[in-house]
Write a protein that binds this ligand. Sequence first.
Ligand SMILES: C[S@@+](CC[C@H](N)C(=O)[O-])C[C@H]1O[C@@H](n2cnc3c(N)ncnc32)[C@H](O)[C@@H]1O
Length: 281
Amino acid sequence: MQEQTAWGRRLASATTEQAVVYRDVLVPAVFGPCATQLVSTAVQGDELRVLDAGSGTGAVARAAAMRLRPGAHVTAVDLNGAFLGAARGLQARAGASNAEVTYQQGDVLELPFADGTFDLLLTQHVLQYLPELPRAVEELARVTNADGRLWAVVWQGLAANPMFRALTELVRRQWNEELAERFSAPWSLAPERLRQVMEGAGLVDVESVGLDVMAHFRSVEEVLWVVAFSPVGAALRQLEPSEAAAFTARMRQAVTPWHEGTGVRAPMAAGCVGGRRAPAL
Ligand SMILES: C[S@@+](CC[C@H](N)C(=O)[O-])C[C@H]1O[C@@H](n2cnc3c(N)ncnc32)[C@H](O)[C@@H]1O
């Protein structure tokens, strides 16, 4: 496995407890609604073998399975077994879907599959955490079959994600530019750059679709959980209690424009970039 970014390390080492919070808080708030839009953009319905690469707790895999026909199969791969465990726990409770989903541990940079295994490859909010983007896209393209499609979702920049832009600004003021950059890494891979990398990897008919997600956190605490889980968490825990309390108060204040009742509702913009593997000659 190659060296991960700071966020990549946090995600890849998330504990079972954190994976369950991710599944029960962040997926309903953000990643589930995003997965629904990715799947309605990317899944035609006639694909038989689908891969969800960097599946986390399986939001994309489950949404795809609902849209595929019986007999299709979705494989969900993630580096972190804690996410996969949380995903399997949810699947046991979930209703029936058309396609079967299996969860498997693996690295997106070295996928444990033969060339051309999948008809459709989906990956949501993963590529921005990997240290070698072109290599990751080439690896995803390798396991996509000739004429198969690869779709990847990444967030657009902070200018289009105002709540996290406000939180990044607080991190910059409290600490420094370096920590602010690490915190904002999820919003640092522009869909336009991803499009270029896909074209560079030999994909054809590359297209980009904007996704407007309305994130809905049930409480401010859920937003604060994201910051505590992020690469800022370690610095936050090193603050004196009074300083940590003051910073937390500033975060609460910063998200007030997005308060709705007891929760927080904030627009988040993503980009979904897709390309096709050229058919074999
Ligand atoms: C922000 S989460 C997104 C998860 C999921 N796609 C979703 O939309 O909920 C990023 C995921 O990428 C996984 N990940 C990071 N680096 C990886 C790698 N090299 N190989 C496989 N998974 C990786 C993390 O473990 C984490 O589950």
